[in-house]
Ligand binder design. Structure first.
Ligand code: ZN
Length: 134
């Protein structure tokens, strides 16, 4: 698998607004947004809102997540297909025993992490099983 948990954490700010990049040259959409198109190398990129519903392609479960995320153990990170754009995000409202590849998921805004010392609470997008599937 070409995606990894470290890459997810490095790009997590992009998840606050669920915005990808669209290449004006070849039309492909990618996430997280970057200055150069990963498909054709063009620098002609515009921001685009991604769909909020998608399909879980695969996932990984971490029983030893990074500091600040311990309360969310086990941490489930999914590779999600949003109508052709693949993104990595935390999967919530489900246990490792219930999750399955191919299930429909939808974006929700949730608390991402909490720094009690600084009094900071960060919010961002996570994905949960789509309501229509329950
Ligand atoms: Zn392109």
């Amino acid at each position: 698998m070409e995606y990894s948990v470290p890459i997810y954490w490095r790009n997590r700010i992009s998840y606050y607004r669920l915005i990808g990049g669209k290449c004006k040259s070849c039309g492909k959409i990618f996430f997280p947004p970057q200055n150069t198109c990963p498909y054709c190398g063009s620098g002609n990129i515009e921001p685009v809102n991604l769909p909020r519903k998608g399909r879980l392609l695969t996932y990984t479960v971490s029983y030893n997540p990074p500091e600040g995320y311990k309360l969310q153990t086990p941490l489930i990170i999914g590779l999600i297909d949003l109508r052709g754009t693949k993104i990595i995000a935390q999967v919530t409202d489900i246990s490792p025993g219930e999750i399955s590849e191919g299930m429909e998921v939808e974006a929700v805004v949730r608390k991402i992490r909490e720094d009690r010392t600084a009094g900071l609470i960060q919010y961002g997008y996570k994905f949960r099983p789509a309501i229509s599937q329950r």
